[in-house]
Design a protein around this ligand. Structure first.
Ligand code: M6R
Length: 624
């Protein structure tokens, strides 16, 4: 949700425009309504360029600019519009006479701060809340405060969230600060180069040494390096070394690696994502313990005793992560017999949920930054519940706010449509279920049996991905559909919901996911000749039920693509049949998933859409 990027180096003669634009391309999945940059020239004047639309438009605009007079100090922004439409005027950086600011976050007390500034003679040219920041800094400075006091007083008066980068006219420096939104700084000591970013991927091509800022911290970088690194509340210096780490990410992990889109690359990475989830950093299946029929989850170790005492589980997430929660609920209740519910995070804190100290909440979020899920988590903590997190982003907000947790460790997911993260989330939930099960009634044999079948998953997923050519030709056949149903039952019902979400997100086809059993109670009214349904129907315990649903659809002239398993009988009621490898019932979600993902992807491509950047969406949604 908005990406900010900045670059400062003591080495002259660098193409700062190219560096900033490259940074923005890498962050574009966070928002692509408009983009802008601001840089200093050799006389320390600030030049700012903005454009509505994707980064490529700004890039094209800048082709016509002279690149020679700038020093390597600049800030950049890619926007997902919240306050005001995505016009050039509303694009960042926003400025006063002296300061230029890029901002990721939201200011809730916008009106109050605007009134203060208006009373003191300031006016506003945009609809954004961000414009307040440079003007408030100017205002505080005009009151005789030092630069650092003017900035900290400004930022401390903000109710809401921010990660900001600030450029000042006539001063060769960049200031960064954050509260509630992420900000990292890449440090290349050898070349005295500093790279600011909302997240690590754009930094790794410059350096892998990363300083992750914590809330209320401010950093000032100038020709002498890190000149100031303070906590804005205490105004005391912070120990840099405690927050510096060398990331395991490489340049390659943030590139398309020969695929046309990140979405396709990430779909194809799922066999590896499963292996990484079961054994991070190439440590084959480290998290699976065959001997005890259990899992080794280091992140849960210290919470082990507490987790034995819980008697109710609430799974919290939104969007794709919520769909993983729905599958997780089925795994938990079946394997652990602990009552479990899956809740959509946005309204959770509004409904006065029942939580006590025996309630365990598990917050699932790829980004670890989703505001709705953070709100739900805070409600759990306020009411004394115990909280675990499943996140892919190390040191994200959710990973810090939860009592304990486990990382997916599947590398960055860049496509806005979540694919490999969903697979990894479902897998971790199944692994959590084995863990809680083994703490209770799940026998060693059953545990071992589950663990052994998990080890077969990477190869089965790889085999499933080989079906891409068939799936692609079906996408070409059905690309003109306006509406679609996806149906499944039992473990595959949440997968139907996720399939429909994926199709909606990247193709704009009105796809609805249903438990197939529900169809005849209403939705079937929409079936008419030619109406397409994707039926998730492997040969499992509910196969006959699925067959009945398919019959009900074809009896009304509807068309069906059945995704079944290779051991299923001929499905007469389907126009098209895709056969995935045979596996055990609980694991079919992992084999059905690459199929609908590839179907959604190829539908989008057939329709001439960019699956990596669906309209109106952004990757991590850090506003309510
Ligand atoms: O980062 P999170 O997993 O918390 O994100 C939650 C949703 O915003 C996310 O899953 C969204 O639905 C994706 N666009 C799905 O593809």
């Amino acid at each position: 949700m908005c990406g900010i990027f900045g670059y400062f180096s003591t080495i002259a003669n660098q193409d700062i425009i190219k560096i900033l634009i490259k940074g923005l391309y890498n962050l574009e999945y966070r928002g692509y309504d408009s983009a802008g940059i601001a840089m200093l020239d050799i006389n320390l004047n600030v030049y700012s360029y903005k454009s509505q639309g994707k980064v490529s438009r700004l890039d094209a605009l800048l082709e016509t600019q002279l690149h020679n007079n700038f020093i390597p100090a600049g800030i950049a922004h890619t926007r997902w519009a919240t306050n005001g439409p995505p016009t050039e005027n509303n694009s960042h950086p926003h400025h006063s006479d002296e300061f230029w600011v890029v901002h990721n976050g939201i200011i809730n007390n916008e009106e109050e701060l605007k009134k203060l500034l208006t009373r003191n003679g300031y006016s506003f040219y945009s609809d954004t809340d961000t414009e307040i920041i440079p003007k408030l800094i100017s205002y505080h400075k005009s009151m005789g405060k030092t630069l650092v006091d003017a900035i900290t007083d400004t930022l401390q008066s903000i109710e809401g969230t921010y990660a900001v980068l600030i450029l000042q006219k006539n001063v060769d420096q960049i200031i960064g600060a954050k509260n509630g939104s992420p900000l990292v700084v890449g440090l290349d000591d050898t070349s005295q180069t500093f790279v600011f970013s909302s997240e690590i991927s754009p930094v790794v091509e410059h350096t892998r040494k990363i300083l992750t800022l914590e809330d209320n911290q401010l950093i000032l970088i100038n020709q002498s390096g890190i000149d100031l690194f303070i906590d804005m509340v205490t105004r005391e210096n912070v120990d840099i070394q405690k927050q510096v780490e060398t990331t395991v990410l490489t340049k390659e992990s943030a590139s398309k690696g020969g695929y046309d889109h990140f979405m396709l690359k990430e779909i194809h990475e799922q066999s590896k994502a499963i292996k990484d989830t079961m054994g991070p950093q190439n440590d084959t299946y480290y998290r699976l313990n065959s001997e005890f029929g259990n899992v080794n989850l280091g992140g849960l170790k210290e919470a082990d005793q507490k987790l034995r005492e819980i008697n109710r589980i609430v799974l919290l997430g939104v969007g794709t992560s919520y769909n993983a929660c729905q599958l997780g609920k089925l795994y938990f209740e079946r394997i652990t017999r602990i009552p479990c519910s899956a809740e959509e995070s946005p309204d959770y804190h509004l409904n006065d949920p029942i939580i006590d100290s025996s309630t365990l909440a598990i917050c699932i979020s790829q980004s670890g930054e989703t505001k709705d899920t953070v709100n739900a988590l805070e409600e759990v903590k306020t009411k004394g519940g115990f909280a675990l997190g499943i996140t892919n982003r190390v040191d994200s907000q959710i990973s810090k706010l939860t009592d304990a947790g486990v990382y997916n460790h599947i590398g960055p997911e860049i496509s806005v449509a979540s694919t490999k993260a969903f697979t990894s989330q479902c897998l971790l939930l199944l692994m959590f279920a084995i863990y809680f099960g083994r703490q209770r009634d799940l026998g060693k044999d059953e545990g071992q049996d589950l663990i052994e079948s998990l080890k077969e998953l990477p190869a089965l997923v790889e085999q499933t991905l080989q079906l891409e050519d068939q799936i692609k030709s079906l996408a070409q056949k059905y690309a003109n559909q306006k509406h679609m149903f996806v149906i499944g039952r039992k473990y595959n019902a949440p997968i139907a919901m996720e399939a429909a979400l994926k199709i909606k997100e990247v193709t704009y086809i009105k796809a609805e996911g249903y438990n197939a059993g529900v169809l005849k109670h209403g939705p079937i009214a929409l079936i008419e000749p030619g109406f397409l349904t994707l039926a998730l129907a492997p040969k499992d315990s509910i196969f006959d039920g699925m067959t009945n649903s398919m019959k009900q659809i074809t009896a009304r002239g509807g068309s069906i693509i059945a995704i079944t398993s290779e051991d299923a009988p001929v499905i007469e009621h389907a126009q098209d049949v895709i056969r995935i490898p045979k596996t055990r019932e609980k694991l079919y979600p992992f084999l059905l998933t690459p199929v609908y993902q590839l179907f959604a992807y190829h539908l989008a491509v057939c329709k001439g859409l960019d699956p990596d950047k669906p309209r109106n969406l952004a990757k991590s949604v850090t506003v309510e």
